[in-house]
Design a protein around this ligand. Structure first.
Ligand code: ITT
Length: 196
């Protein structure tokens, strides 16, 4: 089986990928290759961060590798928090504080001024080739939290093409079927499964 590293420590993401791919590839996580260091993510675009992580693994460990990065882009905030989504309120990756910061910055804005999108970029480095897969989903930032599922900004993000529920009110399957990451991952999987 061909080995590919998914540059993440997130067990949930790894499991999901393994389920979607056939048995042609063995997907290794960072822990599986003994990579325990903090990989730099200092680019100013999500594509750049995804590339940095994949290149780090390729250079230091020699494996083909892919990596993802996601950002929430809010139009009224000129695309913020974007690449800084995880650490918008503080360096500590505090989702509740991040949501509070977004809600206070958008205070007083009417529904149609609260447009946003999640964007995911996945960079795959395979042999000498680089491939980019993207997914996005449009939505509205609500004025308060709804639902308890998901993570990050899910409780204030209402996708436009849904039925009024936020991502935090959806089952993981419903969310994945229209989400930024679900779409980018589907493109990656289609590409890998179509290779000879
Ligand atoms: P890694 O270890 O995989 O890098 P991460 O927390 O940095 O995990 P991402 O790059 O996927 O995760 O996403 C960056 C931030 O964007 C994340 O911390 C959340 O605040 C937010 N985010 C990403 N995907 C999201 C989703 O599906 N729903 C809500 N918020 C999301």
């Amino acid at each position: 089986m061909e080995k590919i590293v998914f540059a993440t420590n997130n067990a949930h993401k790894l499991q999901e990928l393994r389920q979607m791919l056939g048995d042609r590839y063995e997907i290794l996580g960072l822990a599986d290759i003994g990579c325990h260091e903090d990989i730099p993510e200092t680019a100013d675009q999500i594509e750049g961060n995804a590339r940095m992580k994949a290149e780090y693994v390729k250079q230091h460990y020699g494996y083909d590798c892919f990596s993802d990065d996601t950002g929430l882009e809010i139009d009224a905030l000129d695309g913020e928090p974007g690449v800084y989504s995880a650490r918008y309120a503080s360096p500590g990756h505090d989702s509740e504080a991040n949501i509070d910061k977004v809600l206070s910055k958008l205070e007083g804005l009417a529904h149609d001024g609260r447009t946003a999108r999640f964007r995911t970029a996945i960079v795959l480095l395979q042999g000498n080739e680089e491939h980019l897969f993207e997914g996005q989903v449009e939505g509205i930032i609500l004025t308060e939290r709804h639902g308890t599922g998901g993570f990050g900004y899910d409780s204030i993000f209402q996708p436009v093409e849904g039925d009024g529920r936020t991502f935090a009110q959806m089952s993981p399957q419903d969310k994945n079927s229209i989400s930024h990451r679900g779409r980018a991952v589907a493109k990656l999987v289609e590409f890998l499964n179509s290779q000879q």
